[in-house]
Write a protein that binds this ligand. Sequence first.
Ligand SMILES: C[S@@+](CC[C@H](N)C(=O)[O-])C[C@H]1O[C@@H](n2cnc3c(N)ncnc32)[C@H](O)[C@@H]1O
Length: 253
Amino acid sequence: MTIDATVPNVARMYDYYLGGYHNFAVDREAAEKILAIFPDTPAAAHGNRRFMQRAVRHLAREAGIRQFLDIGAGLPTQGNVHEQTDGRVTYVDNDPVAVAQARTLVEGEERVSVALADLREPETLLADPHVAGHLDLAEPVAVLLVSILHFVPDEADPWAIIARLRDAVAPGSALVVSHLTLDGVDAAPAQRGTQVYRRSNAPIVPRPHRDIERFFDGFDLVDPGLVWIGQWHPVPGEDATSHGYGGVGIKAS
Ligand SMILES: C[S@@+](CC[C@H](N)C(=O)[O-])C[C@H]1O[C@@H](n2cnc3c(N)ncnc32)[C@H](O)[C@@H]1O
């Protein structure tokens, strides 16, 4: 496995925001630049994790979903998907370190698998033995794209990628998305933040609400729709700091 410790890596930067230890000096340096511009980034990252956890529990409870495909799962941290449900879970990431760490964490857990695959190649991802051999796509699956789509540029057509995933899963399946936005952020800090990520392994593409909502084409958005992450089924008293929008949709039959 090759690890490039000279280029800031978005998985490791995110790990640093969450207070993890799977990061190098180059990641911390880039993350600190973001913290200088947006000091509430750790609160927003923790809020994003809580959104993911609420969405998984909601889908298990309200929609009876028993299978979860978490793409861009990241470095394992606290409150992972398989800790929110007793259903089957497949973690996917294109970062070999995240995948290796996840495999170590879930070793011996028969209901959890981990795939090294890239969202930008959905056919290969769906055919990966850790996905196809672990989940039954004829039964509903929740596809989690939590804080990953803003690393997929418009040129890679993330809308078409989601349409491919939607067509591969059974009716009653779900789509969970959280996505960075710069809606409401002044142009100067927005530009400085984007610049920092331009030097990382995955430049960031914040999107406006209307472009994120289009990811749900072919899905019925669960109430309250696509909203600030902290406002999606909030738990009273929890910090609602949000740097993006979150939503959950159910595939129309
Ligand atoms: C910000 S982290 C999000 C982690 C987790 N989903 C969460 O929200 O807490 C983004 C993750 O997406 C992964 N990623 C970025 N682009 C990807 C791609 N094209 N295919 C698969 N994973 C990707 C990164 O390696 C990283 O682990």
